[in-house]
Design a protein around this ligand. Structure first.
Ligand code: AMP
Ligand code: ZN
Ligand code: FE
Ligand code: FE
Length: 281
């Protein structure tokens, strides 16, 4: 079972990289990509915990934003983790998440929802990419809300008045950067319409020009008709089709391996990186 999209405590997942690796091993995952938001900080720990028969893939889920303000997540896989340009792009997006979070906290407190930046930072593991799930956890600890899910439903969705955009590269910039660093780029859950505004089918050709390699088709946030549309777009544009769990530990219902990538599709994708970088043992 090949699962190419998972999160750890290096971003907003609740399992440490070591716990994630152990779970993957015990649940029969054969190839796992660690794709924390705007970070590869969990990689060192993942490598240490890693053992056969699991194959491990370096990755990051890069936050991007289109010129129309649509939030798009790009999965970068198999790039050179030491590439300085890639590191700068990830660091810049990660760093701006602090002032962005401060703005969200200010909007909430101005409306009488009393949560502080300290509460949010206490909810986030040290060094983690700070995101709305940590704000949700802070609201849960304060007894304002019951769960991450309820926090997103009531207060934190992309359409909410408390939502603040990330300052991030465009999808094309991120894709080009991932490719330059030797990796492959897959657009994550592009038709997850209940999360907010999504890309049009027409915009995919620009992403292909920038170097896009694949589309995440099988993902729980896309219903069967959304998955079918993506499948035809992938076929038309000759892109690799992936499926993945987007596992976040206990932070979300998604279970490891609930959606997987077909071995033939993975073989194709892996061959598009500039080197073989999968860690086998
Ligand atoms: P951010 O990166 O701060 O914009 O937050 C986005 C993160 O929130 C993504 O990782 C999503 O997986 C997560 N998220 C979105 N909706 C929910 C939800 N209903 N419950 C838990 N996490 C969610
Ligand atoms: Zn997340
Ligand atoms: Fe995502
Ligand atoms: Fe994700």
């Amino acid at each position: 079972m090949i699962d190419l999209h998972t999160h750890s405590t290096a971003s907003d997942g609740t399992d440490t990289p070591a716990e994630l690796i152990n779970k993957a091993l015990s649940q029969g995952i054969t190839t796992l990509a660690l794709t924390d938001h705007d970070s590869i900080d969990g990689w060192g720990q993942a490598l240490q915990a890693h053992r056969q028969p699991l194959s491990l893939v370096l990755g990051a889920e890069v936050s991007t934003i289109t010129s129309d303000g649509i939030s798009v997540h790009i999965l970068g896989l198999l790039f050179d983790g030491d590439n300085p340009h890639m590191q700068i792009m990830l660091n810049e997006t990660r760093d701006q998440r602090i002032p962005r979070m401060r703005k969200m906290v200010e909007l909430l407190t101005a409306d009488g929802i009393n949560v502080s930046m300290d509460d949010v930072m206490r909810a986030a593991p040290v060094g983690a990419t700070v995101g709305r799930p940590h704000l949700a956890d802070a609201l849960v600890s304060l007894g304002i809300i019951k769960s991450r899910d309820e926090a997103f439903a009531e207060l934190l969705s992309n359409g909410s008045k408390y939502y603040v955009e990330n300052i991030a590269p465009t999808p094309e910039e991120a894709i080009a950067m991932i490719r330059k660093a030797g990796g492959v780029a897959v657009i994550a859950h592009p038709f997850a319409s209940r999360r907010g505004q999504i890309l049009t089918a027409e915009s995919f050709s620009d992403l292909v020009k920038a170097g896009l390699n694949g589309i995440e088709v099988n993902h729980r946030d896309q219903d069967s008709s959304e998955q079918q549309s993506l499948d035809s777009i992938a076929r038309e544009l000759d892109l690799v089709v992936t499926g993945s769990s987007d596992y976040h530990g206990t932070g979300k219902l998604n279970s490891l391996g609930e959606n997987v990538t077909h071995p033939a599709q993975w073989e194709r994708l892996e061959a598009m990186a500039d080197k073989r970088r999968v860690v086998i043992s």
